[in-house]
Design a binder for this molecule. Sequence first.
Ligand code: FAD
Length: 436
Amino acid sequence: MSPTIVLFTQDLRVHDHPALTAAVDAGETVLPLFVVDPRIVRRSARNRCGYLSEALAGLRAALRARGGDLVVREGDTAGHVRALAERTGAEAVFLTAGVSRLAARREDLLRRIGLSVRPFPGLTVVPPGEVTPAGADHYRVFTPYWRAWAEYGRRAVLPAPREVRLPEGVAPGAVPDGLAAAGIGTAARDRLTGGEAAARARLDSWLDRGLVRYARERDRLPAAATSHLSADLRFGCLSALEVTEAAEAARAGAGTEEFVRQLAWRDFHHQVARAFPELPVRDYRSGDRGWREDPDALDAWRRGVTGVPIVDAGMRQLLGEGFMHNRARMITAAFLTRTLRVHWRAGADHFHAHLVDGDVADDYGNWQWIAGTGNDTRPNRAFNPLRQARRFDPEGDYVRRHVPELRGLPGRRALTPWREPEPPDGYPPPIADPGR
Ligand code: FAD
């Protein structure tokens, strides 16, 4: 029998990997492949390239431990798949189905080579498009989606294959030198370590210690009491289905319910992105939002020097960690699009250039939601940054952690430095009304 090529993309794991398991079950030998495409790398966040490089090393080690290897090539995906198929006699490519325009184009190119391309589930808990409302190809509103999502009959979580046998005579190739430092945006000082082993350790400790506090503390900015699993899910070092089922098995009451709901939000944005591939570039819900060109304000927002401490703290967390707390993402995105009226695309692109978890569906879907051009049923809801700060960082601890210029201001005074008789040195006055 001819080998099966398993093309890895956003699924860098061996546990609960339907495409890999099917290839092991179906063929004599399996050729696990990752192609580093320099055109994609050049547009990716440096923080994601760093994570990717570690995740590839981890995947290679996991496959080697099972008698196989990860074959790595650099260049054009379709070209390398064609060359490897010709060399080994492979006729089929198995992969995890994606939702982006890039994923659709890749599948199309592989089919045109004449290979049998089999997409498998594995990206989300409920595969995009599997639950739909009557007469439409996707849900536009979360609550009915959530109800349908909860009733969906899920597939079983798969164990990692015991053995993976590689065809003979294929050089494994090396992960390109410099991948870890490639890409756009600044490299974060405190980025999470990438790869399946680190991700599974994070999941275990989250289930043991974090989940039970989640419902109570997820919105408290200084507590940082969320899972920090988003990058692991983004790169597929964890399967969203396995994470969901593990959280359910942990029976952490309201913690489980609230956490699983967030995973359903992730699925929701993926099914929107699949049905509306223009999500990163075009309003999902059109209408004139009165956007303004304001390069100075955009620059101050990007650098975290708007003079509004809760906004600056979030933006500096992003630069320092390649991560931002969800509540801070909401506050900073609302400040840019609702207070400054700068277009959501500029903000989403900046997030995308820095987030380790930066993902087309989740980043642009959430930005459009906040900007009022997306799936929010109340697109004009008010969002007052100062009120948000008082509610979610009442003692100013999150602000002082990320904005050193404000460390001398105790308690909630750090939230309103412009009210000080002597404003702190080196910290600017607000560039726009922060609210009351
Ligand atoms: P937890 O609170 O522990 O949630 C568990 C998981 O659920 C997350 O890891 C994530 O996979 C998923 N999730 C949680 N909230 C959301 C949500 N609103 N939408 C979709 N999935 C969600 N998330 C990304 O993964 N990538 C992005 O590029 C991204 N960009 C965002 C941009 C904006 C403007 C906003 C408001 C939110 C964005 N989010 C994005 C969603 C959310 O902020 C992050 O998933 C979350 O902060 C990651 O931290 P965590 O893993 O500790 O989350």
